[in-house]
Design a binder for this molecule. Sequence first.
Ligand code: 13P
Length: 250
Amino acid sequence: MGKYIIAGNWKMNKLPSETFDFVKEVAEATKGAECEVVCCTPYVCLAPAVEAAKGTHIKIGAENMHFEEKGAYTGEVSAEMLKDIGVEYVIMGHSERREYNNETDEGVNMKAKKALATGLVPIICCGESLEQREAGITMDWISIQIKKALADISTEDVKKVVIAYEPIWAIGTGKTATDEQAEEVCGGIRELLCKLYDCDTAKAVTIQYGGSMNAKNCAGLLAKPNIDGGLIGGASLKSADFAVITAAAK
Ligand code: 13P
């Protein structure tokens, strides 16, 4: 459906001094991939990552940004700053940031609009907790998250957005959603986009699955019609594993 994109989310791992060599290693390992390959890194790793990615197929993403243009926001980084150093993607609304940094759907919406206006691709994360899944309200919850995150985003702009479905209970736990569970929600997101926009637009949006995706389980997940890629945590820190995942995305 949407363009296949495999993005690594390094989270708070890898040092700036390790970054250049590791991105080169990822570029070499993933050579020949038929999907877009992205490494999302901590702020301090972005400059060496961009440097290493030059002349390769690798794209670089940040793990966060601020929604304001500029100003007195100590410790924050703007979309313009990311763009200025050659960053192309930016993750927002990750469940870890929602939990530890009070990130809200409204904040995600402001970030997404700013990212799009600046020419960055927002990777918007959504996902339910185990309690929500067990209560049978997964799709209701995801629908609220997506509607709020995409408020006031035009048909033209939404086609550039990446949506990452990451069930919270599957992140870093080794407990992957089954292929069917992941497809059910990703398909539900596609249907929602079809209603919010139109079905051609919905088809153009890349919808990723994330949550313990690895070299062993990636093929089944990526074969599903509504899963257009992955947002990969742990397995993105090992170039060989990450390469297996990028090879499966075609
Ligand atoms: P893991 O692949 O380590 O479960 O992390 C998934 C994730 O949160 C990617 O954003």
